[in-house]
Design a protein around this ligand. Structure first.
Ligand code: IFM
Length: 459
């Protein structure tokens, strides 16, 4: 049997905008998602918008029972900034009551809540002022973070600032998948920098309000693998790792940006506006732990005919189509569990062996009804296989000394996934959209329960 460390956290991750529903109710103001769906519903799969996502707002008590039913000992979700502080300044008492009761209920079921502050859900009032492009966003986020720590710090001891901060940078300012769908590398770098400073200032507020607690950040990790050992391909790998991994991981853990990244940004005329005190703020406000969301690697090669200075990241590293790749056809993502080991060893060797956990890993599958059995249970053996393969490599990394304290899958109940709506399902529980979001456990949920019980599994 592959055994994991004592007190290992086994759980699932989710987020407020993807699960709560009631997105414009109970005092909540609009996020950019609410706004975008109102103005451009055609962009969203099957017209599925952010308003009614999985309805945890009403169903949280039953859902906390469901967490216990499949043995979870931890769960991650987020607070919606727009629910807690609808205008950025004034506390919404309904939100305080909701989150307090929700977090208490999670704890009552023996589940540890890990609470995140920002999961792609920018308040519309702030976006109208420029969103992460403006320095004002840093102070606004720090105020929101401080408010959340004050309101819920007695119920939550593990906090994270951002989920996958690179996603709103890339999807919002390079690739058009998130509002405001701008394509501008320089703006993307500025947005990333302000996000980093917002994270840093939130950590500072945390140390003041909750000195006993622990705080981290959740990063999506797609380690780069180069086509060859040639200098040009290795240069592409370095650029990819600098931009996609080290841009947040180095400051969060080491307290400073990598020199090579600063040089790369400068060479390409992308240097953002900064403030004199930022370097010291970063140095003084490192994290206690890291969460890494791992789904797929990044295969890279030297770019062909790159623009100089770079107009897009693809001018710094090209995409390499590895002939041996294995693909999840629903998502178009490569399945490469070996990277889990590489990441574990990277954390050990390059990041001071800081405590870290797998904060997301999972398999999105479309039309899962195909796998319903005669008792109404989704037989998702493919998902069990996916998790097992990844856990195998994680286990190997832990055996070699990597300080990993948990594994959370994406996700607990099927949830709304941005422009993809409910197309791809990931949950331990199926959500029936035709039947008022009724839940039913999938085979993977029962498999996971056994894993938690045994603190491991047999291959
Ligand atoms: O749904 C997303 C989540 O919001 C962030 N990580 C990846 C998930 C699956 O696409």
């Amino acid at each position: 049997m592959k055994k994991f460390p004592t007190n290992f956290l086994w759980g699932a991750a989710m987020s407020a905008p993807q699960t709560e529903g009631h997105s414009l109710l109970n005092g909540k103001s609009a996020s950019t998602w609410d706004h975008w769906f109102e103005t451009n519903p055609e962009k969203f799969n099957a017209n599925q918008g952010p308003a009614d996502t999985s309805n945890i707002y009403e169903l949280y008590k039953e859902d906390c029972q469901r967490m216990e039913d499949i043995g979870l000992n931890s769960i991650r979700t987020s607070i919606a900034w727009t629910r807690l502080l609808p205008d950025g300044k004034t506390l919404n008492p309904e939100a305080v009551a909701f989150y307090r009761d929700y977090f208490q209920e999670i704890r009552n079921h023996g589940v540890e809540p890990i609470i995140n502050l920002f999961h792609f859900d920018m308040p519309m009032w702030l976006m109208e002022k420029g969103g992460w492009e403006t320095r004002e966003s840093v102070d606004a986020f720090a105020f929101y973070a401080k408010t959340a720590f004050e309101q819920f710090g007695d119920l939550v001891s593990k906090w994270t600032t951002f989920n996958e901060p690179l996603v709103h940078v890339e999807c919002g300012y390079l690739f058009g998948y998130h509002y405001p769908a701008i394509v501008d590398f320089k703006k993307a770098v500025q947005v990333g920098y302000h996000t980093l400073m917002a994270h840093t200032c939130a950590v500072k507020a945390f140390r003041e309000v909750l000195p006993q607690g622990e705080i981290g950040i959740i990063l999506n990790i797609s380690p780069a693998y180069a086509r060859s050992e040639s200098d040009a391909d290795q240069q592409a790998k370095l650029a990819s790792d600098l931009l996609n991994t080290r841009s947040f991981l180095d400051p969060a853990v080491h307290g400073h940006l990598p020199e090579e990244l600063i040089a790369l940004i400068k060479e390409n005329e992308l240097t953002p506006e900064t403030q004199a005190e930022d370097t010291q703020l970063m140095a003084e406000n490192t994290v206690d732990f890291i969460g890494l969301n791992y789904y797929q690697p990044r295969r890279v090669q030297a770019p062909t005919n790159p623009a100089k200075p770079a107009k897009m990241p693809s001018d710094l590293y090209g995409a390499y189509d590895w002939p041996e790749k294995r693909i999840n056809p629903y998502r178009g993502w490569e399945i490469y569990p070996e990277a889990m080991y590489d990441v574990a060893i990277m954390m050990k060797n390059d990041y001071k062996n800081i405590p870290w956990f797998v904060s997301e890993n999972g398999m999105g599958v479309a039309d899962e009804e195909r796998f319903l059995d005669e008792n109404g249970m989704i037989q998702d053996d493919y998902r069990i296989e996916f998790m097992k393969e990844h856990l195998d490599y994680l286990h190997q990394g832990i055996q070699e000394g990597s300080n990993c304290f948990g594994y959370q899958t994406w996700t607990f109940v099927d949830c709304w996934s941005w422009l993809n709506g409910y197309r791809n399902r990931y949950g331990f529980y199926r959500v029936d959209l035709d039947n008022q979001f009724q839940r039913s456990v999938k085979k993977s949920g029962l498999w996971f329960k056994q894993v938690v019980q045994d603190n491991g599994y047999t291959n």
